[in-house]
Write a new protein. Structure first.
Length: 140
């Protein structure tokens, strides 16, 4: 069982299954959403993640839904039309984050020019849709 919570603890997350893939995302949209120069996410199959109480999705970009804690504003999850059947959770809200190492870099072409990550993970320009889609990644 994977567990997580927002910053204030008012909203909790749970998943009975391991994520299908864990990845870094360099896109400007994810950076702005999380406030981090290099956000990282765990992908869970639809229906396997619980958010309590469910704050309901919020959307400002067509094809993207995001969930935030209604009390503290922490980012909790996101769903993208181009990655159907999955919900993405920022690793920082998961209690088991130390055990969930990313397997790739998505949107590597949008990386901040001053950010230099010395790992040997695959780097994919653009959405990395093929690697991130259901069955595309290896579960940790």
């Amino acid at each position: 069982m994977l567990t997580g919570r927002c910053y204030c603890g008012a909203t909790t997350l749970g998943a009975a299954t391991a994520p299908s893939v864990v990845a870094f995302c360099h896109c400007a949209d994810c950076r702005r959403w999380t406030g981090a120069p290099l956000p990282d996410f765990a992908a869970f199959a639809d229906g396997t993640l619980t958010i309590e109480p469910d704050p309901g999705p919020f959307s400002t970009v067509p094809g993207v839904e995001r969930w935030f804690c209604r009390t503290c504003g922490s980012p909790l999850a996101a769903r993208f039309d181009y990655l159907p059947g999955q919900v993405y959770v920022p690793l920082g809200v998961l209690d088991q984050a130390p055990d969930l190492a990313p397997a790739l870099h998505a949107h590597a072409d949008a990386a901040l020019p001053w950010l230099h990550i010395a790992d040997d993970l695959p780097r994919q320009d653009g959405s990395a849709q093929e690697a991130l889609g259901p069955g595309g990644g290896d579960a940790p």
